[in-house]
Design a protein around this ligand. Structure first.
Ligand SMILES: Nc1ncnc2c1ncn2[C@@H]1O[C@H](COP(=O)(O)OP(=O)(O)OP(=O)(O)O)[C@@H](O)[C@H]1O
Ligand SMILES: [Mg+2]
Length: 230
């Protein structure tokens, strides 16, 4: 697989020659690759190789110093903060290793949270959040605060929250990293089923060889560079 998608025009993610530095640290250097719609791609590499930084750039949390990033046919590098926030809200979802749930909100409110800036009536907002909690096997946990949930339950809430805007791309940074192996497997099965059954493009940072085996292909990162594509 070279850096070009077979059909670049309909790619989910096209990254061309992006670089990012923080002072003298250069975590992303001249990286190019492409992910097609509906693919499940893993990003692997040793600690400190730049994976999280690269993910943050592609997902529009940070800007690259140079290069181009196209998500669903739209160049995001030139967007301002408001446009970027809107893009993130509309088209992408995020699942992080350490959950990032709001501790003072219930599971249901956390899931519905990304919908608050969107003009959706409260009833519909809550129905959508409840239906996602149901899908995640958390029907009875809607009123629980994150602190009252297990790690696996918390991660399922973050997945429900990531899906509430019906994103076409899901970015995950070691989504099973903080879970025991059985719970991690359940979460992974859930993510894979979203990919297979609903065609959600999955882009996942992982250290886990078992996960890379399940993905369509892996990108290897070393010292800020994507060294090869499998
Ligand atoms: N905001 C920042 N300011 C300064 N340096 C940073 C910043 N973010 C990341 N770095 C540095 O960039 C390098 C890559 O970090 P990054 O978090 O992307 O690695 P990683 O591959 O995700 O590692 P891990 O597997 O441990 O999560 C590290 O040396 C890190 O210290
Ligand atoms: Mg990381």
């Amino acid at each position: 697989m070279n850096e070009k998608c077979k059909k670049e025009a309909v790619s989910a993610i096209t990254v061309k020659k992006i670089s990012k530095h923080f002072g003298s640290v250069k975590p992303v250097q001249n990286v190019s690759f492409c992910v097609e719609q509906g693919e499940f791609v893993t990003l692997v590499g040793s600690s400190g190789s730049g994976k999280t930084t690269l993910l943050g750039l592609i997902a529009g949390f940070e800007k690259p110093d140079t290069g181009s990033i196209v998500l669903q046919g739209r160049e995001i590098v030139a967007l301002d903060e408001d446009q970027l926030a809107l893009m993130r809200r509309k088209s992408v979802g995020f699942v992080f290793q350490d959950f990032h749930l709001i501790p003072t909100l219930s599971a249901l409110e956390n899931v519905a949270f990304p919908l608050y800036p969107v003009k959706i009536p409260e009833k519909e907002r809550n129905e959508r959040a409840q239906s996602l909690l149901d899908q995640m096997g958390l029907s009875g946990r809607a009123d629980h605060l994150p602190a009252k949930l297990s790690g696996g339950e918390r991660q399922r809430v973050t997945i429900a929250r990531a899906l509430v805007n019906k994103p076409s791309i899901l970015f995950c940074d070691e989504p099973t990293g903080n879970l025991d192996s059985t719970t991690g497997k359940e979460i992974l099965d859930l993510l894979v089923s979203l990919n297979v059954e609903q065609g959600v493009t999955l882009f996942m940072v992982t250290h886990d060889r078992e996960i890379t085996k399940l993905s369509n292909r892996s990108l290897y990162m070393q010292d800020g560079e994507v060294t090869y594509h499998e």
